[in-house]
Design a binder for this molecule. Sequence first.
Ligand code: NAD
Length: 291
Amino acid sequence: MTATIIDGRAVAARLRAEVAVRVDALKAQGLTPGLTVVLAGDDPASATYVRQKEKMAAEVGMNGRTLRLSADVSVTALERVVDELNADPSVHGLLLQLPLPGGIGGDAVRALQERIRPEKDVDGLHPINVGRLLSGAPTLPSCTPAGIMRLIADAGVDPQGRRAVVIGRSAIVGKPMALLLLEANATVTICHSRTPDLPAVCREADILVAAVGRPGLVRRDWVKPGACVIDVGTTRDPATGKLAGDVAFDEVVEVAGAITPVPGGVGPMTVASLLANTCTAAERAFAAARR
Ligand code: NAD
């Protein structure tokens, strides 16, 4: 038996088509959703990601805009930019493309992200949105985990009553992933670099999400037959330039029930989820203006 290979490109295209319908409905009422990405400096990978976001936003009918700032931009100038975009009613989704240049990192990045109004935080990283996710309130969820929930649903897997194991506890993937699975009534275990006997824990999983960044970490004998295996890992091989996932795909495909490939699995869902969040933010702004 070999697993069903989950086609993330196709699911992402379906999600974008649904967003396009919602965008049309908003436009018919006079509101065009706007997504602004702040890009500082000239990191080539960031430039590629941002172009993709701009292109996809345009494809679903949104106003996708990139605000390009020089590499020597100061924290004060970035704060001013965030404040202006926070106050701009045509901007429904706002994000800072990371990394920021000139050694702006750590606490400064955190403070800038927290300066973004939570209702415009379409990356889902603001503590208010994370807290809302934790308390089960309406939120803007972190994009990659939200996209994964859609992949799992489209694979015909209902997390309710299932055992889910998430490897990785980052704020951007692992933790929000676990919370979304919990919200969907799975019994969730979070594993990390200090988890003893990781293979044994993984073998309990009906849904296994690997978000580590270690190519081929998850082997065939870590996987319960028939499990849904989601590979978030994207490690670029410096020699070949190819992306590698956290799952030893060729082995695991023989035991899993469903599996995401790398590339073409989780990756395409992230930007599609970002657009979905922007649309949600615009719908909420529209509803709030009517009240
Ligand atoms: P991170 O480095 O912040 O976190 C990695 C996590 O893995 C940590 O919690 C750590 O405890 C855990 N870990 C490390 N070594 C381990 C081991 N040997 N066993 C068990 N756990 C271990 O990374 P991140 O930002 O969460 O990203 C994880 C991976 O997902 C990376 O490859 C990243 O490129 C990829 N990613 C992909 C997308 C996408 O859209 N496809 C989005 C975000 C991240």
